[in-house]
Design a protein. Structure first.
Length: 243
């Protein structure tokens, strides 16, 4: 049984990944922190299509909550064979306006969440000498972004984590890769405003449009199911934003 744990999957890229992976035969855990309504609606949709799904509230920054989530997945679906570290938070601040509390929180979620989830699923992957981890970074993990210093720093760190862990785990048959989305049409980017988003699509992104969550989901599935000789790589999905 292929079992996928997708963090932050009640909406956006995570929800699209849940749909994509469920259609590809995975049993899926939909993780959320606040939007139980969206998580349950998505689960109902996937079950109606024949999927095996559980939903689980957990703050990925909380190691105990993550451990409890993974143990439940193991009981109800089976051992996790694919971990998608998608959960993340973002805010725009000038550097001098970043509070120590926000700096600590964004690192705890965006990077600490990866640590907690990998740590929870890794023992069985090591035992089986098999498994796949896909981390979700950002184009701002490859290039800096004005007024997004904290976010960019976490996404740079996720790329470093991906490459280092891939080297460590490859002899154990476990692949670790990363997707770096560009400007994707999700709730997270709506804070930029429609005018700014339209300008980015028109003037900055060579493909002339924002990305769709489903396009990132397909990249995640590619790394999970088709890129069997690929590890430690960062797959940019940004419409040519960064070339």
């Amino acid at each position: 049984m292929k079992v996928a744990l997708i963090t932050g999957s009640s909406r956006g890229i995570g929800a699209a990944a849940a749909r994509e992976l469920c259609a590809a035969g995975y049993a899926v855990c939909i993780n959320y922190i606040e939007r139980e309504d969206r998580a349950e609606a998505l689960a109902a949709e996937l079950r109606a299509a024949g999927g095996q799904v559980v939903t689980q509230q957990a703050d990925v920054a909380d190691a105990a909550a993550v451990d409890a989530m993974v143990r439940r997945v193991e009981r109800e679906l089976g051992y996790v064979t694919l971990l998608v570290n998608n959960a993340g938070i973002a805010e725009q601040h000038q550097f001098q306006d970043i509070t120590p509390e926000w700096w600590q929180r964004i690192f705890a979620v965006n990077l600490g969440g990866c640590f907690n989830c990998i740590r929870a699923v890794l023992p069985h992957m090591l035992h089986e000498h098999a498994g796949c981890i896909v981390n979700v970074s950002s184009i701002w993990g490859s290039h800096g972004a004005s007024c997004e210093t904290a976010y960019s720093a976490t996404k740079h760190a996720i790329i470093g984590l991906t490459r280092s862990l891939a080297a460590e785990l490859a002899p154990s048959g476990i692949r670790v890769n990363c997707v770096a989305p560009g400007v994707i049409d999700t709730d997270m980017v709506q804070v930029l405003g429609r005018e700014t988003l339209d300008s980015l699509a028109r003037d900055v992104i060579p493909m002339g449009r924002l990305g769709a969550p489903e396009e990132i989901a397909r990249a995640i599935r590619f790394l999970a199911d088709e890129a069997s000789y690929t590890t430690g790589q960062v797959l940019g999905c940004d419409g040519g934003f960064i070339i």
